[in-house]
Design a protein around this ligand. Structure first.
Ligand SMILES: N[C@@H](CCC(=O)N[C@@H](CS)C(=O)NCC(=O)O)C(=O)O
Length: 207
């Protein structure tokens, strides 16, 4: 059985929980309290030297990086197109998510909402997060203007990767008011069969 090391409030961890729920694949969930440093222990670093969640354990091997995990899980499923160009488009949006979207939108939520005193600690970063985050939202808005999903006509892992932090962007002080296409897409993703929210956990308990 797959084991997912995950933090419930982490958007990157949520991507993987969402994908596993969409697939209907059973998995064991191990909650890692990053606020208590459980991801920085020697034991955890032996599994992932970077000391971050999410981390997927597959038959004794460990895979880090949320979008790499999505890609691994998506192989051979409807969430990764067979056409080479479309597959590359999926990767393109997942690279965009990591390079241009997550650093502003997720960092703002993490420091402004989740870390006690984070707003004072990182006050000099807020303008940059806002500038980068809104730039990413504008790119998404333009792309989604005449599309239902990021690649092709159905949900792929590119949507899941981008949904995870976008649907909670307002927790990082972003307003989605000026982004109607993004809001309509968020509703479409949430209306998909087998969609789960960030609070969801599988019924299999961690040992
Ligand atoms: N690029 C990585 C980023 C992973 C990441 O930053 N994880 C955060 C939680 S969302 C974490 O483990 N933070 C704790 C730390 O860095 O100490 C991914 O997409 O998986």
């Amino acid at each position: 059985m797959l084991t997912l090391y995950s933090t419930q409030a982490s958007g990157n961890s949520y991507k993987v929980r969402l994908m596993l729920a969409q697939l209907g694949r059973p998995f064991r969930l191990v909650e890692v309290d990053i606020f208590a440093g459980e991801n920085r222990t020697p034991d955890f670093r032996a599994r992932n030297p970077e000391g971050r969640v999410p981390l997927l354990e597959v038959d004794g091997r460990f895979l880090a990086e949320s979008n790499a995990i999505l890609f691994y899980l998506a192989e051979g499923t409807r969430f990764l197109p067979a056409d080479a160009f479309d597959r590359a488009e999926v990767l393109r949006w997942m690279f965009f998510e990591q390079h241009s979207h997550e650093p502003g939108i997720a960092a703002a939520r993490f420091w402004l909402r989740q870390v006690r005193g984070g707003r004072d600690l990182r006050t000099h970063d807020v303008d940059r997060w806002m500038e980068e985050g809104y730039a990413a939202l504008r790119v998404m808005e333009r792309h989604l203007g005449d599309r239902r999903f990021f690649v092709g006509a159905t949900l792929t892992i590119a949507d899941m990767a981008l949904y995870a932090h976008t649907h909670v962007a307002e927790e990082g002080d972003f307003s989605l008011q000026g982004f109607p296409a993004v809001r309509a897409w968020l509703e479409r993703v949430a209306a998909e069969p087998d969609h789960v929210d960030m609070e969801w956990r599988p019924s299999v308990a961690a040992a």
